[in-house]
Ligand binder design. Structure first.
Ligand code: ZN
Length: 193
């Protein structure tokens, strides 16, 4: 890491930016601007509503619960960046039912363990942006971010460290995490051959 020059807060604009500069800021990608520029998707066009109707491989869903599901972020800040979403199209956390709150929490805990076991990351950023003004790309549908962090933020899971096209990378990330996800004691919809 190089610090040739400490950035100085000289311009007035700098003072509009709340928070303490850290490594996380460097992980932000301009891809998210697509959402901001194109505006909010309609409910029927909501990617988080649409995803559960698709195959896991196509939607990048890692795990499905009763009230919520875990999905790879299409625009990851870091490799292994997951989102936990309720199935219901609700915008803010306070609209979630106790059952949804409980399962979002439960899936978040499992996701942390799975990501840690697979990628050996050192920490996480967890959080929910509430509203577009707070930075939510798709603010109409609640989603909890789970962003694995490494001390040096070596961005790739060791197993997929080979250079590949991004969609392929995400597909492999999904597969790796889905395979490492603990299997329920008994599954209601078993489709094993
Ligand atoms: Zn939705």
């Amino acid at each position: 890491m190089t610090h040739e020059q400490e950035p100085k807060a000289e311009t007035p604009q700098d003072f509009h930016l709340a928070g303490v500069p850290d490594e996380f800021q460097r992980l932000w990608t301009p891809h998210r601007m697509v959402y901001i520029q194109q505006g909010e998707p309609e409910t029927e066009d909501c990617p988080f509503c649409r995803a559960p109707s698709m195959a896991d491989e196509d939607s990048l869903i890692v795990a499905r619960g009763r009230h919520a599901f875990v999905i790879c972020n299409l625009f990851p800040y870091n490799s292994g960046h997951l989102l936990v979403c309720p199935y219901r199209h609700i915008s803010t956390y306070d609209l979630a039912t106790p059952e949804e709150v409980a399962e979002i929490g439960e899936l978040t805990q499992i996701a942390m363990r799975v990501v840690r076991s697979v990628s050996g990351n050192h920490g996480f950023n967890l959080g929910m942006n509430q509203g577009a003004v707070a930075g939510a790309g798709i603010s109409a549908h609640l989603h909890q971010h789970i962003v694995p962090r490494w001390a040096q933020d070596a961005n790739f899971l060791p197993i997929i460290a080979k250079t590949k096209a991004l969609p392929q990378l995400l597909g492999e990330v999904r597969e790796t995490l889905a395979e490492a996800w603990p299997k329920p004691e008994h599954t209601e919809n078993e489709h094993h051959d």
